[in-house]
Design a protein around this ligand. Structure first.
Ligand code: NI
Length: 183
């Protein structure tokens, strides 16, 4: 069990862009990977999901915390692992909040499915078949993207949709556009 370093873009973009390989068996190494992902996510209170390639292990394992909703990570449940997650059906695309532990301080609005039917294996290696809805679908979709080397900045539709959050002089959080050329 260990907290691993989370790779950060763009320094580690080559590793973040690499596609991950399927898990064939829940070996001791895979069990350790799941524990490390959980420990690493737990070390970041704002985090609601983490994918193995973010700790430089290119296997198809993601960790998600469901039920994040309006309260963010504070209201989210315990971490669950999804192995070899495969999207069976994705629909009800909407614009919603996005962010990533590999992009500290950067947030965005992306279009993602709010209905996501996924099959794969659970952390014991048993098959699962479940539907994620609402923001849970967004989180699971974001993490599965990581396994294919896809990052949330790839899903930004217009420059204004990518922003940093800074604190202004009165201590209020303000959005600072990351890409816009308007001054
Ligand atoms: Ni991410």
């Amino acid at each position: 069990m260990a907290v691993r370093e989370i790779l950060v873009y763009p320094d580690e973009s080559a590793a973040l862009r690499r596609k991950s390989q399927a898990i064939w068996k829940v070996s001791a190494n895979v069990e350790r990977l799941i524990e490390d992902l959980k420990d690493t996510l737990a070390s970041r209170p704002e985090g609601i999901g983490l994918a193995a390639p973010q700790i430089n292990i290119h296997r198809r394992v993601v960790i998600v915390r469901l039920g994040a909703g309006d309260e963010g990570a504070a209201g989210a449940g315990p971490p669950i692992a999804l192995l070899n997650p495969r999207i069976v059906e994705a629909r009800d695309e909407r614009r919603d909040f996005d962010g990533c532990l590999s992009f500290p301080g950067l947030y965005g609005t992306t279009r993602r499915p709010h209905y996501l039917h996924v099959m794969g294996r659970d952390e014991e290696g048993n098959p699962f078949d479940r539907v994620f809805e609402g923001f849970d679908a967004v989180v699971v979709h974001h993490e599965i993207d990581h396994l294919n080397g896809v990052l949330f900045i790839d899903r930004i539709e217009q420059p204004e949709d990518l922003y940093y959050v800074r604190t202004d002089a009165s201590g209020q959080p303000v959005r600072v556009p990351a890409l816009t050329t308007r001054w």
